[in-house]
Write a protein that binds this ligand. Structure first.
Ligand SMILES: CC(C)(COP(=O)(O)OP(=O)(O)OC[C@H]1O[C@@H](n2cnc3c(N)ncnc32)[C@H](O)[C@@H]1OP(=O)(O)O)[C@@H](O)C(=O)NCCC(=O)NCCS
Length: 273
């Protein structure tokens, strides 16, 4: 949706950083918390300063003893054989594997997850985990703990920032975004037993001793196709501590990552079997 549509569809007052701060606080985001944020900027109304104002508002509410994390996924570095948007001719696949620039935390852009994480990864004192497909960025007191030692294999499981966020008892904030983007549910896919789970081999370009290499690594066939249903079921279960409200003009939800993952483990076992 072009920005002009956002202005037309939200003719009320511009959404300021101060407005975002008071809405976030009213939703229950507390100073010192650890939070994983998913943002649909266009849903918040027209924000004065766009993603800059969103990140600054979050940082201001959390304070420096809080921790702000966002997924900074770069699906463009995945195996071209798996590409759907767009797919590329089979004859190109090997050339892409042989020449795709390696993942670089300071350079590699995010893909398809929004203007806010794309900006956030470039901001001062923001750290980024090392993974060619599913890196995360973090700022604040626990940033090192969140982004360190991101395992190449089983990349959203126990060796990932999601497991660190689980251990840190983080919150999840859906800022105008839906449960389809609720990345923490992927951690549950590694923990749950269900019939359709399968091992796969993934691949991506990484830098090893300054040299580009196409590396393959084992993982599971993780998917977010049923995350909207899972999210609806989670909401219906009336979880303690879950808060819903408007941030700017965007419907937003704040909840416990640990509680959501534990619920998802049980739900996936029942629904993917
Ligand atoms: C895909 C997704 C990012 C699309 O949301 P979106 O609002 O259309 O796009 P962005 O958040 O990138 O914001 C950019 C849009 O905001 C709008 N915009 C531009 N300036 C703006 C402003 N100042 N204020 C508000 N909206 C503005 C424009 O429509 C712009 O779209 P354009 O770049 O095509 O012109 C969103 O639906 C989503 O899924 N977010 C969560 C992503 C995530 O965390 N995924 C988890 C990992 S898979």
């Amino acid at each position: 949706m072009p920005e002009s549509d956002v202005v037309r569809e939200h003719p009320g007052a511009p959404i300021t950083k101060e407005r975002l701060e008071s809405d976030l606080a009213a939703l229950g985001l507390a100073p010192g918390s650890v939070v994983l944020v998913h943002t649909r900027l266009s849903a918040l109304g027209w924000v004065c300063g766009g993603p800059v104002a969103v990140v600054h508002a979050l940082q201001s509410v959390l304070r420096t003893y809080g921790t702000l994390a966002m997924p900074t996924h770069s699906g463009g570095l995945s195996d071209p054989e798996l590409w759907e948007n767009p797919p590329v001719p089979k004859e190109w696949w090997q050339t892409i594997r042989d020449t795709m620039p390696p993942f670089d935390p300071d350079v590699t852009p995010t893909r398809g997850i929004g203007a806010t994480p794309e900006l956030f990864r470039t901001m001062p004192n923001v750290l980024r985990s090392i993974h060619p497909h599913v890196s995360f960025a973090a700022w604040g007191e626990k940033a090192v703990e969140v982004v360190s030692d991101h395992s190449l294999e089983f990349c959203l499981g126990e060796g990932s920032p999601l497991a660190s966020l689980y251990d840190l008892d983080a919150r999840v904030l859906l800022l105008g975004a839906g449960f389809a983007s609720c990345t923490c549910f992927h951690l549950a896919e590694y923990r749950a037993e269900y019939r359709t789970k399968d091992r796969v081999i993934l691949g991506g370009p990484i830098a090893v001793d300054g040299h580009r290499r196409w590396k393959t690594f084992p993982d599971i066939n993780y998917s977010s196709d049923d995350f909207d249903d899972l999210g609806r079921a989670y909401l219906k279960s009336n979880p303690a501590g879950l808060a819903e409200g408007k941030v700017g003009e965007g419907d937003s939800i704040l909840f416990s990552l640990r509680d959501a993952v534990d619920f998802a483990v049980r739900w996936l076992h029942r629904h993917r079997t």
